[in-house]
Design a protein around this ligand. Sequence first.
Ligand code: ATP
Ligand code: MG
Length: 235
Amino acid sequence: MTAAASPEDQRTPADVFGRERELERLGAAIVPGGSALILGPKGMGKSALLSAARRLAFQGGFATGLAAVTDRNEVTLVRLLESLGVPAAAHRGTRTLVRALFRWCGTHRCAVFLDDADRGNTGWLHTLRRLALETSASTFVAARTGPADAPDRLRRALLSGTEVRLGPLSHSAARSLARSAGVPAELVDEVVRRSAGVPVAIVEMAKRHRCTRYRIGGRIAWDLLLADLRLSNRL
Ligand SMILES: Nc1ncnc2c1ncn2[C@@H]1O[C@H](COP(=O)(O)OP(=O)(O)OP(=O)(O)O)[C@@H](O)[C@H]1O
Ligand SMILES: [Mg+2]
């Protein structure tokens, strides 16, 4: 379960490298009634960018809530309400939870951030669309794209004005991420090259390069390491 960012997390500027233009566009959508859709393949940094946008909204005085969408609407709603600071335990059942969410968003200047929206079912997307139409909440949604995904479904649901599509990081942003993830200076270029700018590849290689099982004859077996990342479904 994705933990909601605490107010502390929202204040702390986490380093998000190389997404300045995207953040600027998202920042412009942090207005009452604004909405944005972040799209990108697995591990490209959607959640990181969504959290960064949430911090911007928090700093802009919005009440913010962030939740990862699940295929169970009740679970998603409880996560979102709790993240907004609304005690969800008092509410039972999807309809009651939806009512609580709408009431809250109708009476606060709030921004909601939904991650993994590609997992949302039609009922959830309908709720999100109504939320955007019936309250002045700004809605930010991140969704994974891939051969089986249909971003059109989300576009229709969201009335989104702003769409941000994420691709690989620039060389210099990838280097910054590799360094901040703890890749030793002499390995940064290798990690950046092998990652093809995909953030999750950099972060995972940073974690794993220390493991002895990837070392053969004192050298890191990058192909083995990457194959392992793919097998464990991280890439
Ligand atoms: N621009 C960035 N700067 C710094 N770190 C980043 C950046 N983008 C992603 N990361 C880090 O890379 C890792 C993968 O990113 P993230 O989880 O945001 O990808 P994602 O697109 O949400 O993946 P998924 O499709 O699996 O949900 C995380 O550890 C994240 O903090
Ligand atoms: Mg994610």
